[in-house]
Design a protein around this ligand. Structure first.
Ligand code: 13P
Ligand code: SF4
Length: 351
């Protein structure tokens, strides 16, 4: 049945030719990833989406990635997400209403438009990117968060960083900002659960959001590995918690993780703290180069929402295109897209 589905995808792609580009994130399951024309981390896929001239951008990733493809491509290009249920649980942890409320509450103490740069991780809905566009803020990805923070501090003295507290904390730490100057804004509580002193003292206000996949990695996994393999290397994604990042030898985006291990010497052993589909793929890939790649957790840590994009959904979306039907189009409203693009363009310019 798997083979039959793969054949349907290959046949539909052949008919559509250059009119379609299939983009896939590194976390995509193997039976979908193999059909991709363009692969990468969130930043690379944003650049690729902006550059490709295919009529249809079929995004095998999660919802916010397809939104970014729609915003960055030209108006006559069409972004498609093969399964609308492929969301990102972290992106869902910050809503526009909660961020607007935070902005209003902060304004009781200081003028946020004069003192705060809002920074949204690309893992967020388009309306939050639009909020950043409107308030002279910016988008970041896991591969440029440090640069984006440096840019932000040139604009204003503070940052409100959403939705991923871990990426914000680690990136702030890399810029030598003390942890006590990066309190968490808990949107479930009035004034984020912070005192006016904490807000005044803060350099970065971190949002109470996280990735449900990366939260599974823990420092004890690293300790166990180091006890067993003292010469081994540990590499993690910055969505892991601060303690995990601190205990790692290298921290960076999915593209960085792949490139770092690719450049390593044969015979090296790696413990990798990121999503299972990616780690399984590179374990196989690097075996032939004599490198041993291990998954960090004893649990199965998969991005289950991204895995909803399966070969059946991909075949269905492509065959509909062959028949002249557009299904599951992702279309960001024009005004929202214009503002979101401002924040995305600021990021692309400094990346
Ligand atoms: P990358 O920036 O490495 O693509 O990470 C995106 C993501 O969603 C990780 O969970
Ligand atoms: Fe979102 Fe986490 Fe999946 Fe990345 S791995 S897309 S942050 S749920």
């Amino acid at each position: 049945q798997d083979d039959a589905c793969a054949q349907r995808i290959i046949a539909a792609k052949q008919i559509l030719g250059k009119r379609v580009a299939i983009l896939a994130h590194h976390y995509q399951r193997a039976d979908v990833y193999r059909h991709a024309d363009l692969t990468g981390d969130s930043l690379k896929l944003s650049f690729l989406a902006a550059q490709t001239d295919a009529d249809y951008l079929v995004f095998c990733g999660v919802h916010f990635m397809a939104e970014v493809a729609d915003i960055l491509s030209s108006p006559d290009q069409i972004a498609i997400l093969p399964d609308m249920a492929a969301g990102c649980s972290m992106a869902d942890m910050a809503s526009l209403s909660n961020v607007e409320r935070a902005w209003r509450e902060i304004s009781e103490i200081l003028n946020p438009d004069e003192t705060i740069t809002p920074v949204t991780y690309i893992n967020s809905a388009a309306d939050l990117k639009a909020f950043c566009g409107e308030h002279n803020g910016i988008v970041c990805t896991s591969s440029n968060a440090g640069k984006v923070l440096q840019w932000s501090f040139k604009q204003r003295e503070k940052v409100l960083f959403f939705p991923d507290q871990h990426l914000g904390r680690w990136s702030g730490h890399q810029l030598d900002i003390p942890l006590e100057e990066m309190p968490v804004w808990n949107f479930d509580e009035p004034m984020g659960g912070l005192t006016p002193e904490q807000i005044n003292k803060a350099k970065i206000l971190l949002w109470k959001g996280h990735c449900s996949v990366h939260q599974m990695f823990q420092p004890q996994h690293i300790i166990r590995f180091r006890n067993q393999y003292p010469d081994g290397f540990v590499i993690s994604h910055p969505e892991c918690n601060y303690e995990v990042c601190k205990a790692s030898d290298y921290v960076g985006s999915t593209e960085y993780i792949i490139n770092t291990i690719a450049a390593a010497e044969s015979g090296t052993r790696w413990l990798v703290g990121t999503e299972l589909n990616l780690v399984s793929r590179i374990t196989e890939e690097f075996k032939s180069q004599g490198k041993i790649v291990q998954f960090m957790s004893p649990m199965v840590c998969m991005c289950s929402t991204m895995a909803r994009i399966d070969p059946q959904h991909l075949a269905w979306a492509l065959e509909n295109l062959v028949n002249g039907n557009i299904v599951n189009q992702i279309k960001v409203p024009i005004e929202e897209a214009k503002l979101a693009r401002l924040a995305l363009d600021r990021m692309l310019k400094i990346s």
